[in-house]
Design a protein around this ligand. Sequence first.
Ligand code: URA
Length: 235
Amino acid sequence: MRLDKLLGSQTDLSRKEARQVIKDGLVSVGDVVIRDPGFSVDPNAQSVTVAGTPLEFKEHLYLMLNKPEGYISATEDRTQKTVLDLVPPDLYRDGLFPAGRLDADTTGFVLLTDDGAFAHDILSPKHHVQKTYIATLAEPVTGDCLRQVRGGIELKDGTVCLPADVRALSEFEAELKLVEGKYHQVKRMFAAAGNKVVALRRTAMGDVPLDPSLAPGECRELRKEELDALRKRKN
Ligand code: URA
């Protein structure tokens, strides 16, 4: 891999900044200072230091974000804030994107990664990882509404949803587990059942709950066991 590309992917430096840092003589491969941004390096076999700090090579990055309201699940937008705007510089790298979307007014667990194959796997219809939501509703949760959602509800446009695991948490709150990701699915399911979602929060992906210590807008790397749990769920 080119040295400037490695730095761009593993640090918060842009590719342009990485080139300058290399030209300034701040980057060593092994014990040798390398000033050529195009220098070819094998990060699995060679140690790279930037301004004296060893670079910890991670092929891919997996972040758990507690999304607040008002951010869209996209990588860039000309007018609106995106979930990537919430990633602090020490966790940011080129190529990060949200694996799956939450509406701008939905809060909770968003997984950000630069691993396209992983994202594809957990979102593909065959292996779709289960997602847990808590919906706050305008009207009380009725037994009839729960039965409709459990049975595979037909949306107003005729789309039929897979049966969903749903339970009432309180008079106006329901927890719902989905194994598919249709556009505005939770809101449309409750609308079809004659209710209205007034707030929606994703609380888990597969068996991995949203870390309660993450304040809205905060993110952290997924732990190895959390990533393993998501990977295992696919098989
Ligand atoms: N269902 C919705 O309606 N909105 C979301 O953001 C996620 C699931």
